[in-house]
Write a protein that binds this ligand. Sequence first.
Ligand code: SF4
Length: 244
Amino acid sequence: MPAIHHPLQAWHTALLDGLNRRFEETSAQEIVAWALETLGDGLSISTAFGASGMALIHMALSLDPYVDIFYIDTGYFFPETQALIHRAQAFFGRNFRRVSPPLSVEDQARHYGPDLHQRDPDLCCHLRKVVPLGRALAGRTGWMAALRRDQAPTRAHTPVLRWDPRHNLVKIAPLARWTEADVWRYIRTHGLPYNELHDRGYPSVGCWPCTRAVQPGEDLRAGRWPGRAKTECGLHRGPEESVP
Ligand code: SF4
């Protein structure tokens, strides 16, 4: 399929449905290859440097060493995450695009008061994640992320492909059908770097004020926003957005 430059015209529901049926039978590597070929340099990959993200980055860079890969630096990374970014950039031999929120942590505290993450985490996530994501994806035609259905009930129905009307592009989740075991098999097989917090009970690592270790048997994302009903930061909304 040639590169698609007019997503609103091209990504109609029937096409997405047909591709999703096909991608339920194909490997993650084949989906990544399809996305790179179809979307060309309109494709961006976002990562928060989780275990799945490291596998996805490796797959993509094996096929296209220049593909756009970005991360949102909220200003609240754990030191272990900062260390992983340095190790990952050395391992892959290239840098990733760092995207910052409009306000520094200090300026946000001046404008909104201290510890907004405790008082209004939805607003904090909006300012520090959702707004910069929109800027990072402006003008892009495809967005690839390492979402998996087994990560949380809110992600159980993640399609491989869906239309994202918020960013006006097609969103791709090549690892949607993967399990936690699949990810770690891939990481061990390829000797990929990963966040050492994963070895200390943090299967999902986000901002340090809003992340704790999980107990055996807990949901993989149970350590995010502990004690609150909040389960997602707003970056990845549900498949109800799949219809153009
Ligand atoms: S995860 Fe916590 S610290 Fe990070 S942006 Fe959201 S509320 Fe703020």
